[in-house]
Design a protein around this ligand. Sequence first.
Ligand SMILES: NC(=O)c1ccc[n+]([C@@H]2O[C@H](COP(=O)([O-])OP(=O)(O)OC[C@H]3O[C@@H](n4cnc5c(N)ncnc54)[C@H](OP(=O)(O)O)[C@@H]3O)[C@@H](O)[C@H]2O)c1
Length: 405
Amino acid sequence: MTKPLQVSILGATGSIGASTLDVVARHPERFEVFGVSGFTRVSDLVDICIQVRPHMVALKDEAARAQWLELYKQRAPGASLPQAEIGEAGLKMLAGAPEVDQVMAAIVGAAGLQSTLAAADAGKTILLANKETLVMGGGLFIERARAGGATVIPIDSEHNAIFQCLNPSALNCMPVTPQGVTRVVLTASGGPFRTWSREMMEQATPEQACAHPKWSMGRKISVDSATLMNKGLEVIEAHYLFGLGAEQLEVLVHPQSIVHSMVEYADGSTLAQLGNPDMRTPIAQAMGFPMRLESGVGRLDLAKHGRLEFEAPDLDRFGCLSLAFEAMAAGGASACILNAANEVAVAMFLDRQICFGDIERLNRRVCDDLWPRYALERVNCFEDLLEIDDISRTLAREVAKEWTA
Ligand SMILES: NC(=O)c1ccc[n+]([C@@H]2O[C@H](COP(=O)([O-])OP(=O)(O)OC[C@H]3O[C@@H](n4cnc5c(N)ncnc54)[C@H](OP(=O)(O)O)[C@@H]3O)[C@@H](O)[C@H]2O)c1
């Protein structure tokens, strides 16, 4: 009997973290949880630790560790304690520990970058949910993963669908430009505001923006889905993961979220991956690869759905999507700047400091200011990117402050 694979789940308290824990629990003979991380949801992290008994846990800071310890002792008196680490160093230990085989990179935003890089350097199989790592510095990340001997399997449902349609066994898991591909179509549900006018969207609330019609996700990606920035970030992600040019990438709105993406080949074939919208499918596909594992996701009943619809995205109402295409074409640090501005804008919107329409305006303003300075600059290392990320965030906050003063 082979030993179970050791899995570290970075962002275990989030939506992807919960789906990963669910898949792991279905296959105890195949997977063991080596480590888990959380940030603000300490109580949830305690429950997760009691449930899966990891060897290691990574927490935000010293205060979180003290709170976690107290709750753990209360809820599981006498139980042995996992090794509890804190901060970025703790996340890197979780990602790079020699015992670990697979790292689920599911921290949201640029905060997930350093630990994902640690997994790349340590040659792990990276189950990549954190799209921001690729958006910020896709070229550099892929180089680091190659140099470290890591394998990258995409978790985002669209990229996982593309991965499946590219005959992944021929790719040796590591993304390379596939032979004979003429076009890749990323599908988008269209989000909660697909049919809303610009005027209605302008004053949409965080609750409305987070009420996604098809997917249950964390708040940041839910807002990104409402602006279609999420699709824009995914186009950039696909560009780096599969080595595709802008002219090969297309977005198609598909409200039923059954077709997760499509790959068109030179001979006129188009391959698509279909399934119910549930992240446990791509997670199980990636964790089990090349085996197929039961994921808990129900069978697809196409007769019940009846119709699958497709329409072109409205780039006037969803300007964040065009901004992402522009960032990809501009190259350099453009996407890093856009990603940083967007993270600030979304956080401020969720905090009710700016309105929904301001997200696109703030992104556009920061990009207009900083792209001429940084877009063409060759970015040689992540330190450069982190500096540009910081400059972009500062500018975004300053502009928003002026607007709200
Ligand atoms: N959800 C989906 O269906 C889905 C689909 C495709 C791709 N993704 C991508 O997967 C990633 C995670 O998304 P999600 O929806 O699972 O987000 P989420 O539910 O908000 O969870 C985010 C996780 O990251 C942790 N976290 C937040 N800020 C952190 C920081 N500064 N340092 C360390 N950890 C931090 C959170 O900890 P606490 O909760 O304890 O604060 C939580 O565990 C994102 O990059 C997203 O774009 C998600």
